[in-house]
Every structure is written in C-alpha cells, then in structure tokens.
Design a protein around this ligand. Structure first.
Ligand SMILES: Nc1ncnc2c1ncn2[C@@H]1O[C@H](COP(=O)(O)OP(=O)(O)OP(=O)(O)O)[C@@H](O)[C@H]1O
Ligand SMILES: [Mg+2]
Length: 113
C-alpha cells in the first residue's frame, strides 16, 4: 500500500476529481494548504511585498491505495492538474504500513479498497 499526497492548484481540483473518478479512484481526502516550491512562491503570484518565501494557496489531496492503483492514481492527478505552467503541483508517494476500517476492524488491503 502507498499513501499518495498531491499539492495542486485550487482551480484544478474539479479536473483532478473528474480524472480520478474516471480512473475508478473514488476515495480521497482534501484539505486546504499553504505552500511554495522552487520559486519560493514568487514568480507565480507576487503582490509587491517582500518576504523570504511567499506561501500560496494549494489543495492537498491524500489518497491511500493498494499497489495496483498507484500508477493510475498518479496519472489521473497529473492529467487533471497539469497546465504546463510553474506551480502545477507535486506528488509524493510513501509506503503505507497499514489501514484500519474503524467500523469493521478490517485491516490492510481489505480496509483500504
Ligand atoms: N519539496 C517539497 N516539499 C513539500 N512540499 C512541496 C515541495 N515541493 C512542492 N511542494 C508543495 O507543492 C506545491 C506546488 O509546488 P510547485 O508545483 O510550485 O513545485 P516546483 O518544484 O516549484 O515546480 P514548478 O517549477 O513546476 O513550479 C507547493 O506550493 C508546496 O505546497
Ligand atoms: Mg513552483
């Protein structure tokens, strides 16, 4: 199992949701985030105030998946979020030790899917 965390532009959330749905990925958590990448947030949006870094609004998507869903989840996020411009976002993939469905006590592969 992997935990896929993506930071995307807020205005691409609907496109990403659509691409995930089409790829049969229907479980996700979404939160608002502030962040910056290689440009320290400046080239994307500069409002004339000088800070060390400029934190921009991003959407964080977290999706825990079984191994056979890793590639299609990443592809769907890229398809929905890419414009080709800086700030399109980034995806992090980490090993996930376990998942527990609280209602049933199921663990691992059965609980995640
Ligand atoms: N190394 C990182 N660690 C944690 N969060 C990051 C990292 N890189 C990017 N992010 C998050 O992803 C968001 C989008 O990053 P962004 O797409 O600007 O990356 P980038 O490396 O600057 O690429 P680009 O040159 O295409 O803009 C950031 O605002 C931040 O929230
Ligand atoms: Mg950037």
């Amino acid at each position: 199992m992997k935990l896929i965390t993506a930071y995307i532009q807020p205005h691409k959330l609907e496109d990403v949701k659509k691409a995930l749905f089409e790829a049969d990925v229907k479980k996700m958590s979404i939160t608002n985030a502030l962040g910056c990448g290689a440009q320290h947030g400046f080239e994307e949006s500069y409002r004339g105030v000088k800070f060390e870094v400029n934190l921009l609004k991003k959407i964080r998507i977290e999706i825990a998946v079984n191994q056979d869903y890793v590639d299609k989840t990443i592809e769907a996020i890229c398809k929905g979020a890419r414009t080709g411009n800086i700030g399109d976002g980034k995806i992090f993939v980490v090993e996930l030790d376990d998942c527990i469905r609280i209602r049933t006590g199921e663990k691992g592969k059965e609980a995640i899917g």
